[in-house]
Design a protein around this ligand. Structure first.
Ligand SMILES: *Cc1c(COP(=O)(O)O)cnc(C)c1O
Length: 522
């Protein structure tokens, strides 16, 4: 299979050759789009509304004194504005999305079809239980799969993202310690190779976070961790596989030692896609672990919105898990919403969300699970790991692979900027990839590696797609190694070139100011 069948390459202007800018600012199908406030005008509207009859206002001094400034646009203008904006996004439906740790995989259309069935899509969380038995059964079945696949005792389905799940797990640990009268345990140990959300979660829940170093292999320095255990330690948070894309082989040893001193083990299971069907975290002594349905089970990531991060619990933590839970009682499904003394939810720490979680994501994840079956899920993990190792070994002669010598990786391949030319860094490689039509990989994370480039292909990419990506990255990396200065100003083919991303993040301009009003105010 040839990777670029037509052999076509975009032409860069020859040195010194100027290309006249277009009248519109557009570059062929790459359309410029102004802000909706700049296109619209407060004088126009998509609909004709008769002027309202004068009414007495009861707003007093809360009355708006200046014009609201909403842009008026016709329907076609509105549709075009948002469609043009949507085309400026990179998407998993457009191409390979190599973001390490994020697990950007294909979302099967069958999942979408099932999630849109009216019985799932149109239910309301306050509907009488008898009218949503099917929906509750879906939650119950998915819960059963998650508990079985992880070898844990129970699961809380309601958390809405991985980080939200972490908080859920840590709150359960906190409740368990308080019930034991050990609220004085205030420290959570977090290895350097953990995901950044782990220390953030522990701090948010009121714990002091202590770093545990990584060893030369990119794994936890187990001896350092064991040496730090003591009566002030509430628990550990360990990402496994870790953010170097490596399996933490000592997790069982660590869990046993943590339990022996009365602490709990939180495992960040966002990367469960690398081990699903192969490893049961329950066998490794884990007490709580979140699973990102949008990573392992192919549900869409959404725009920071409709995520789902169920948390599985050990028997020790199950009494403290949040409500609600779906239970089967004979041939009926019921929603346990209240703590019931003596029952196993008696010590629940409370709730994570108002209702039961994301029905649409539950339906998609269960569809994915049922369409793969247990053996298919194991193959998901195997193919994800195979694809990542294919990338690692195809590029480890071009780029520095810091842990490449330590053996195979799991679901993601890690490179550093060590052997680029003087003055070139990971950002230059990433920007070069944008010109090649790819979303860049995860950059400068994990922190244990200088100029990290973390690449996660997932199992849903074909060999042809991987070969094209490898070819593109190798070409860009060779340019960075050769000191090709054109890379320093890449991307050249994108609508905008280098932006000041730090300034944009630190001082975002979130409010549009009407220049006309600014003039009027002077
Ligand atoms: C993605 C990820 C998270 C956070 O999950 P969100 O759903 O984005 O909140 C936490 N840990 C790891 C290892 C991850 O990859």
């Amino acid at each position: 299979m040839t990777v670029n069948p037509s052999g076509w390459r975009p032409e860069r202007p020859a040195a010194g050759q100027q290309v006249a800018p277009t009248f519109t600012g557009n570059k062929a199908l790459m359309l410029e789009e102004a802000l909706i406030f700049e296109i619209g005008s407060t004088d126009t509207s998509g609909v004709e509304v008769a002027a309202p009859a004068p009414t007495a206002s009861r707003l007093g001094n809360l009355m708006r004194t200046a014009p609201i400034g909403l842009p008026g646009l016709s329907e076609p203008e509105t549709v075009r504005h948002y469609t043009r904006l949507s085309r400026q996004n990179y998407a998993i439906d457009l191409g390979l999305f190599p973001l390490g740790s994020c697990t950007m995989k294909h979302n099967p259309r069958l999942n979408e079809k099932m999630a849109r069935l009216p019985g799932f899509a149109d239910v309301h969380p306050l509907q009488p239980i008898d009218t949503v038995q099917g929906a509750l059964e879906v939650i119950h079945q998915l819960a059963h799969w998650l508990v079985t696949l992880t070898g844990m005792a129970s699961v809380a389905m309601s958390p809405k993202a991985g980080a939200h799940g972490e908080l859920c797990g840590i709150l359960a640990i906190k409740a368990a310690l308080a019930a034991r009268g050990e609220g004085h345990r205030k420290t959570i140990l977090v290895p350097e190779s953990a995901h950044g959300t782990n220390p953030a979660t522990a701090a948010f829940a009121g714990y002091a976070v202590e770093d545990i170093p990584a060893n030369a292999d990119g794994r936890i320095d187990t001896a350092a961790l064991l040496a730090r255990l003591g009566p002030d330690v509430a628990g550990v948070m360990i990402t496994n596989p870790n953010t170097c894309g490596l399996f933490e082989r000592d997790l069982k040893t660590i869990s046993d030692a943590v339990h022996a001193v009365g602490g709990f083990v939180y495992c960040d299971g966002a990367n469960f896609n690398a081990i699903v069907g192969r490893v049961r975290p329950g066998d490794l002594g884990v007490d709580a672990m979140h699973i990102n349905l949008h990573k392992t089970f192919s549900t869409p990531h959404g725009g920071g919105g409709p995520g789902s991060g169920p948390v599985v619990f050990s028997a020790a933590l199950t009494p403290f898990a949040p409500l609600p839970v779906v239970e089967r009682q004979g041939d009926r499904f019921v929603l346990i919403e209240e703590e019931t003394a003596g029952e196993h939810h008696g010590q629940s720490f409370g709730r994570m969300v108002a209702f039961h979680g994301q029905m649409g994501m539950f339906t998609r994840a269960l569809t994915y699970i049922l369409s793969h079956g247990a053996d298919g899920l194991r193959q998901v993990a195997e193919d994800a790991v195979l694809n990542a190792n294919y990338i690692l070994r195809s590029l480890d002669k071009t780029l520095d692979a810091p842990f490449g010598a330590a053996g195979p990786c799991m679901h993601e391949a890690l490179f550093s900027d060590d052997n680029l030319a003087e003055g070139f860094s990971t950002i230059d490689v990433a920007k070069g990839l944008v010109d090649e039509g790819y979303h860049p990989m995860t950059m400068y994370f994990p922190l244990v590696v200088h100029g990290a480039m973390l690449i996660e292909p997932t199992e849903t990419e074909s060999k042809a797609a991987l070969d094209q990506f490898i070819g593109a990255l190798r070409s860009v990396a060779e340019r960075a190694k050769a000191g090709d200065t054109s890379l320093k100003s890449a991307p050249h083919f994108a609508p905008r070139s280098r932006l000041d991303e730090t300034l944009a993040a630190r001082k975002p301009v979130l409010v549009w100011k009407d220049p006309a009003l600014a003039v009027a105010a002077e």
